[in-house]
Every structure is written in C-alpha cells, then in structure tokens.
Design a protein around this ligand. Structure first.
Ligand code: MG
Ligand code: MG
Length: 275
C-alpha cells in the first residue's frame, strides 16, 4: 500500500523563525536580482547573495548540499534548474532563474526568481510572467485547499488557460515541504494528478516552485551532475516562494508583505503570523 512520508508540522514559534529566514532570503534575492546585468558573471551573483547572508548572520542551505558548490543556483536560458554559478558572463537578452535559500537558527527558506538581462524578448517576458503568476495561483489555491494536490491543479488550470503558444509545466522537478531541512515531504506537484497528496492543515510549510518551458518537457543533466537543461534547447523559467499554513490562514514567508500584493487580486488575504 502507498504510504505518505511523514510531514513535519510546525508550531507558530517555529514558523516565525522560518519567516526570519524568508526575509533574509528575500533581501538577498533583491540584491542579487539587482546585480544581474549584462557583463556580470554568475559567480559574481553568488558573491552578492553570500554577502547578504553573511551580513544577516544567516547560512546557506545550498552550499555543500549533496556537494553543491555555491549558495545559489543560476540557470540561464535553456538551463531549467540547478545551474552552478561560475565564469559565465551574462549577455543581453539572457533569461536567468536565481534560486537561493537561507537558514536562521536551524530553520530553512527557499525562493527563486527569474530575471531577464538587458533587452528582453517578448516571449521570454511572457514565459517569466506566466511562471510567476502560476506560482501565485498555486499559493492562492493553498489558502482554501483540502489537499496539497489542489496546488498543482490550480497551476495546471491557469497555465493551460493562458492564450497564445502553449507553455509546458516541467514534471521532473517539483516543490516540497520545508522546515528543519530544505527538502522535506510532501512533494508539491505543479500539475494535475490523481494523487491528491496529504491534507492541508496548520503547521504545513511548503516551497511552491513551478518551472515552465517554451518547448518540450524532456530534460537532461549536464556532465557537472547538477545543471538541468531542456533537451530541445528551449528556454525555461522558475519562480518559488516558501509558504506557511497557520491557524489564521496562509503567509508567504519569503515575501516581505506575506504575498498580499499578489494574492489579494486573486481573492486571498494572507494572515500574518503572530506569536
Ligand atoms: Mg529553490
Ligand atoms: Mg525548492
């Protein structure tokens, strides 16, 4: 019989520390995104990110994770996720997903944003915008959700409703629970599935992270054992936030406003954690 791995439910006090980790991460991503301009290397972006973590007294959950050599993943153009920062120099029109995490007093956060460098191609703006909105639709669906699977259903419904050339939702990589470790149960699928997942209840903290592609869903891992690329060379985008479910509602831990500005137009008012 299929058994769900055990979910770690958090107390409000624990989620308040996770919010601290989320806010450090949000600031670190702000500065890293601002530094992502033509001529900058992805290694320099990693240095900017690490500088904020150091200032805030936080540590990285990416650095050393199964041997990962940096504090952010930088995935450029047809790289989908897990790209390693290095000597690559950002070019005009590049689309780059920057994924990072921070740990404060043992509690983790995880968040990603997509940036387009220099003059954007309209199809890349659309890719990033739809991926970001898909993430917000998934987060909004968590508020009334009975099961974790409701998130993927909402993301899938939204992406397939967008007019114009279809965008693909990657299935090989999914969101996850987060807490005393970066990656925990349950898996958070970004697509509709007959597997509805565990029940949503207070104390559940999830990283919701849709990855969308302009072409086919097939991916491959480069010889560095990390970088995931689309095999057809089409471009990809990833957006991610860490979100808490608590007694009062939901709160986006890695957004300074808890997600209010993006969730209220979707009919969801996030509720602050109080403790
Ligand atoms: Mg991430
Ligand atoms: Mg994640």
């Amino acid at each position: 019989m299929f058994r769900q791995p055990k979910v770690e439910y958090k107390t409000t006090r624990q989620m308040l520390v996770m919010r601290e980790a989320g806010l450090v991460l949000s600031r670190a991503l702000d500065e890293t995104v601002a530094a992502a301009t033509v001529g900058v290397t992805t290694a320099e972006l990693n240095e900017v990110f690490e500088g904020v973590l150091r200032e805030e007294g936080a540590t990285s959950n990416f650095l050393g994770y199964h041997g990962f050599p940096a504090s952010i993943c930088t995935s450029v153009n047809h790289e989908v996720v897990h790209g390693i920062p290095g000597r690559y120099v950002l070019q005009d029109g590049d689309i780059i997903s920057i994924d990072g995490g921070a740990v404060v007093r043992g509690w983790h956060s995880d968040s990603a944003r997509t940036v387009i460098v220099g003059s954007p191609r309209p199809e890349d703006v659309r890719l990033s915008d739809v991926t970001e909105e898909a993430m917000w639709r998934g987060i909004a669906a968590l508020a009334p959700a009975r099961f974790v699977g409701d998130i993927g259903t909402a993301i899938d419904d939204y992406v397939s409703s967008v007019p114009g050339p279809p965008l693909g939702i990657l299935e090989d990589y999914v969101g996850h629970g987060i807490g005393t470790e970066m990656h925990q149960a349950p898996d958070v699928l970004n697509y509709r599935s007959t597997h509805r997942g565990p029940k949503v209840r207070p104390g559940l903290c999830l990283a919701i992270e849709p990855m969308l592609v302009q072409g086919g869903l097939e991916t491959a891992v480069l010889a560095d054992d990390w970088t995931v690329i689309t095999t057809d060379g089409k471009r990809a985008s990833q957006w991610e936030h860490s979100v808490a479910v608590h007694d009062g509602g939901i709160w986006v831990l890695s957004a300074p406003d808890g997600g209010a500005s993006r969730l209220e137009p979707l009919g969801v008012t996030p509720a602050p954690l109080e403790g």
